[in-house]
Design a protein around this ligand. Sequence first.
Ligand code: DNO
Length: 357
Amino acid sequence: MKMTFRWFGSGSDPVPLKYIRQIPGMTGLMGLLDKPAGVDWPEDEFKALVEEVHEAGLELEVVESVNVHEDIKMGVPSRDEYIDNYISTVKMLARHGVKVVIYNFMPVFDWLRTDLARVIPEDGSNSMYYDEREISGLGPLDIVRRMGEESGGFSLPGWEPERLALLEKTLRQYEGMTGDGLRANYRYFLDAVIPVCEDVGVRMACHPDDPAWPIFGLPRIAHSQEDFDKIISLRDSPANTVCLCTGSLGSNPENDVVQAIRHFGEMNRIGAMHVRNLKFLGERHFRESAHLSSVGDLDMYAVMKAIYDTCPDTYIRPDHGRMIWDETGRPGYGLYDRALGVAYLTGLWEAIEKNAK
Ligand code: DNO
């Protein structure tokens, strides 16, 4: 297991690389360039990022959020140009040592919460929160406005302003799109990108829908084990993998996250893991908790054991943390609680490993 940390770049992330390096057990980043979907990432900027990360004593083998342009998901003719850009970016990333690219195929929205800083009554910390009842009275535009107001001035991954500017138009274009239609467009994308990945030694890792059900009537096709079986069979290749995010899949209690890890781990189809915990508060109603099993509803020991048994060499990162100790920063991506998450997950790992010997 390679323990990594998400980082948004020195201009945009209040957490210095030096601090990340000082977290025990840390090997590298899941990093990114902040570029709009569809853009061919500039090599000089990425090269500079890699150098900066290496200088800090960290690796950059996983890149996150190389976002897929909506035209690709909608399957309109202009998709070919965006697919060419995607391929060019993948080749460029490979030239600089990247092994895994994390992306998603969610129409319009990436992850969604109804509150980015809900106070946890037990200890006064805060974390991200979701209550479907709050969505039912609101339209997508209201939610977007709210996410913007609450993000403390930080752009959130998946909620970049340029993506949202076209929101109304994009939502209209999706009218009538079915899950099968979206999957057909997905196949077209994979057929173009996966052979290139095979050539250059990169694995594409699809992040699940978060939360794990359709929202605002848009089709979503990546929120259960069965969905990912279908995604893998769209183009069966070791380069077509899952970024198994425990908190996203786990937001639906009907998903057996541990079983899903074992299933895709045994198939060698896990490219990376996002590991976090959450607490169910009711139907389609949850908050993100600290990583410990005892404060959430996922069994993190069983999660780490499944990784150990089936995909022990995968990349892992702690996922969203709470805001604690009066830290301010990008919701979900502060330093302290994620660092605690790392310490806990590596502790579980050591115990599992020693126990196995
Ligand atoms: C949320 C993240 C996601 C993830 C993307 C990958 O905090 O886990 O934004 O990075 O869905 O494309």
